[in-house]
Structure formats: structure tokens, C-alpha cells
Design a protein around this ligand. Sequence first.
Ligand code: AHG
Ligand code: MN
Ligand code: MN
Length: 335
Amino acid sequence: MNDASTPGLPGTRPLVTIQSHILQQQARYPEATGDFSWILSAISISAKMISAQVRRARLEDVLGHVGSQNVQGETQQKLDVIANDILMRNLAGRQGVAVVASEENEQPVILHDQNDGETRYCVMFDPLDGSSNLDIAGGVGTIFSILRKDRRSTNIADSLLQPGTRQVAAGYVLYGSSTVMALTIGNGVDLFVLDPSIGAFIRVGESLRIPPKQKCYSLNEGNRLTLPEGYQRYLHWAQDSGYSSRYVGAMVADVHRILIQGGVFLYPPTKKAPKGKLRLMYEANPMAMLVEQAGGKALVAPGERILDVKPTEVHQRTTVVLGSADEVDQVMSHL
Ligand code: AHG
Ligand code: MN
Ligand code: MN
């Protein structure tokens, strides 16, 4: 008999949509009010809407720049702005969300400002990751992180500045050859695929585990000569040891490959980006939570977890080394 069978229905596996999955998870906490589940549902609806826009790129006028830059000085693509609006508008309808921070907004946006315990969560996101891949129909994604509001902060926006260990959920959506969502609620990582014919995310994997070893590294090798020496030593060693190199240039796509197949993703400090390029709060932290929940490692330096970094600003950048536990250890042993 098949392990995954439902008692009484030999050979059948239950079909679980993301909504049923969220309700199953909520049932583990009898005191839950449902606010958190409503936030996850806003994210899954947003993912479907963004997926629909991405899939119609070039058929509709959604490609190209909007002619402005975001707070990080990066050129905003039209779809960056569209994806940001979709997430903002869906989350604005959820009373449980106090404050939202996005790569595309200079300041956090306060959605519901009550101090009566009703607004308990902060949501942070990169609405469209890897957006420079859009013009070539490459993989792009959305990354999100959910924190409980820090009640000790007097200023509601400051309640965002908590280390990644305080995340209650994190995930990404990859708009690739299919639309895939990886989600953790602090209890392992589950994987969903959007069935476009019915508009539902269906669970396709539970409690994913990253293979502990895989001879594959993922970084922008164009930066090689400006990396700190330890990373250059690691690259020499990896190439001498028969490693492959894979780099999409969209973190969601690169990390998804590593979650499924193993390997290590690196974005070290470079001459252009001396503090690293990737953003701690809405790129590194959610990916680090997913990777750790799947049995991998996510570090900024030997012995220093990404999730332990104490943030001082919403858009701060960080070094990122994450993936298979043994492969992250190999990088660290060269630093
Ligand atoms: P975004 O499109 O949200 O600005 O993020 C792009 C990021 C990330 O997805 C990717 O890993 C990295 O930038 C690629 O940077 P390089 O082009 O410097 O390699
Ligand atoms: Mn990004
Ligand atoms: Mn982005």
C-alpha cells in the first residue's frame, strides 16, 4: 500500500490546496484568531495576480522601465511597481497587518495603526525579485517575510527592525516554467504549484530537505577579482575540485534550485557593493529561514547566522552564503 494513501481510499493521496494547508496549520494553535491565515491568503492571491501579469508580459504593455528609481537607486521596472501595488492592496484588506515594508517603498507603510492588540503582524517583501530577467522571459519571483509586531517599540515602523529569528513565516513564489511557492510557518518547508486551469496552489511537497552536499556554487563570477580573498580561495578550491557553476541572477530562481537539488548560493561583498548587494529584511532573512527549516545553513560569516543579524534599517544590505550544510561549511572554511 502506498505510504501517502488516505485510510479507506487505497492508492489515493489527498489533494491539498494552500487554503486547506493554512487551515490545517492554524488548527495546531487553538488560540489562533485567524488573522495570520488571512495574511497568508492575501499573499497567495497576490501571487496568482502577479503570476498572471508576468505570464502576459510583452502581450500587454507591462515590460520596461517606469522612468524612476527606487530607494536603492535601482531602475524600477513597470512590473516591479505593478507587483508592489498588488501586494499592498491585498494586504491593506487584512486587519491583522500593522505595517508593510517593501523594496519598492522608501518608508514602511502603516496600514492599520491600533494599539489594542488587533494589529499584530508586520509583512515585508521584495515584490518582484530578479526583475531585470523580465525582458528575456527568465525566472522572476516574490519573496516575503512575516514578523509579529514588536510591542516594545513605541514607533510602529520601528517594530519591523527585529532579527530574522523572530519571523513567524517566510516564503517565495517563483514565476518560472511553472509558478511555485515555497512556504515555512516555522514547521518545515512545504511546496505548492499553481494549477492555472483552476487558479489554485496545490501542495506538491512537504517537509522538504536540502541535500546536504552538491558540488555546485551559484554566484556572479564577474565580481570575482573584487571579492574578499577568502571567497577567491574558495572559488579556486571549488574549481579544482570539479564543482559546477549555475547562476540565474534572480535570487528566487537560484535559491529554488538549491532547495531542490542542493549547492551553495553566495553574494559576498564586492567593490560595487561593499556591504553585499542583497537586502537583509526581505531577501536574506526569508531565504535563510526557508533554508534552515529545510536543514541547510545560512550565514554571513563563520559562525554568524543571517537570522541573528540585528537590523538597524529596513533596506540594509548583507553578505549571503546559504544552501547545503556541507557546502556552506566549505565556503566558511576558506574565509
Ligand atoms: P531585484 O530584482 O529585486 O533588485 O533583485 C536582484 C538581486 C537578486 O535577485 C539577484 O540574486 C541579484 O540581484 C543579482 O545581482 P547581480 O546582477 O549583481 O549578480
Ligand atoms: Mn530582489
Ligand atoms: Mn525586486
